[in-house]
Design a protein around this ligand. Structure first.
Ligand code: IPM
Ligand code: MG
Length: 360
């Protein structure tokens, strides 16, 4: 079959890791008889340099036409890069927020799991890490504080900034349904994270999640306050299956969960709308400090490509093949510098891509 993918390599290590994922996709195409056509689009700092804005309307239109979007990463060093001298709505991150909103990508899936081969990378005590963990963070991505009205102004001679946190019941319901659907395919447990002891938006969140839960009698639902969730993630991560939460809490907790795996370079993510369309990207950032050195770990992006095949193109066998090849490469002892340890073989970004292709 033929597929059209929009590819946004972005900034920092983005171009290097996305190139490896494309290499893997082409190998999959050869093996399984598919052709992937790539439409390369600009977003983030590279788009600012080329066009003056972090994401053009033309790029949005092209992304909408594709079957799915594969993204590397965007942004640079916030203290040294000239991109951060620009007004906030023209900085790299504004491009990312715009594409999420324009493509209505309200459901952000961020898996955080401990690979048995990389258990040693987990920064927690051995008695915790030996239990292993495998959770899916389902973050609401197009509402809440990141999209509410904001303003900085002088009030009675005092500089004052306001950000607004708004959720309506429909926004909560649709992400809750996605969370419960995913739980049905996993261990059937949803932990809904909120701050219902303080925030109205969280109280509505809790009420709507409880309504949705009635349609999923097999799924166990628990509520957890976000501050407690932050503690539980380091105390006993094995307790979590699906964590369902709003935009900012999900932003923070997903970074914490990925750090607990010790190998953020291994973690993929997907951002989906109501249909099969989605944007897929590694969980890690643009890592400007190691950009252009052929050092970055491409596995998170390669696994993001596998998620793309599975969720947007219904190519499960092909996705399985990529995940199996990644597992094999780890078993064979190959590691990029972020996950290297004694007794394993250090390889570069491009070598890792080649080794995975060889195992497909
Ligand atoms: C993420 C990032 C973004 C977010 C930033 C870059 C706007 O931190 O994808 O988690 O907060 O959503
Ligand atoms: Mg984040």
């Amino acid at each position: 079959m033929e597929f059209n993918l929009a590819v946004i390599k972005g900034d920092g290590i983005g171009p290097e890791v996305v190139s490896e994922a494309m290499k893997v996709l082409d190998k999959i195409g050869e093996k399984f008889g598919h052709t992937f056509h790539y439409d390369q689009l600009l977003m983030g700092g590279c788009s600012i340099d080329a066009t003056g804005v972090p994401l053009t309307d033309e790029a949005v239109a092209a992304a909408k036409k594709a079957d799915a979007v594969l993204l590397g990463s965007i942004g640079g060093n916030t203290s040294t890069s000239p991109w951060y001298q620009l007004p906030p709505n023209l900085r790299p991150e504004a491009g990312l927020l715009k594409i999420r909103k324009e493509l209505n990508l309200f459901a952000n899936l961020r898996p955080a799991l401990l690979y048995p081969e990389l258990r040693g990378a987990c920064p927690l005590k051995e008695e915790i890490s030996e239990k292993g963990f495998d959770m899916m963070i389902m973050r609401e991505l197009t509402g809440g504080l990141y999209f509410g009205e904001r303003e900085t102004k002088e009030v009675d001679g005092v500089m004052t900034a306001v950000d607004t946190l708004t959720y309506n019941e429909n926004e909560i319901r649709r992400i809750a349904i996605k969370g419960f659907d995913i739980a049905m395919k996993r261990r059937k447990k949803v932990t809904s994270v909120d701050k219902a002891n303080v925030l109205d938006s969280s109280r509505l969140w809790r009420k709507v999640v409880e309504e949705v839960a009635k349609d999923y009698p097999e799924v166990e639902l628990e509520h957890m306050l976000v501050d407690n969730a932050a503690m539980q993630l380091v105390k006993d991560p094995a307790q979590f299956d699906v964590i369902l939460t709003e935009n900012m809490f999900g932003d923070i907790l997903s970074d914490e969960a990925s750090m607990v795996t010790g190998s953020i370079g291994m973690l993929a993510s997907a951002s989906l709308n109501e249909t099969k369309f989605g944007m897929y990207e590694p969980s890690g950032g643009s890592a400007p400090d190691i950009a252009g050195q052929n050092k970055a770990n491409p596995i998170a992006t390669i696994l993001s490509a596998a998620m793309l095949l599975r969720f947007s193109l219904d190519l499960d066998k092909e996705a399985d093949a990529i995940e199996a090849a990644v597992k094999k490469v780890l078993e064979d002892g190959y590691r990029t510098c972020d996950i290297v340890s004694e007794g394993t073989t250090l390889v570069s970004t491009t070598e890792m891509g080649d080794l995975i292709c060889e195992r497909l």
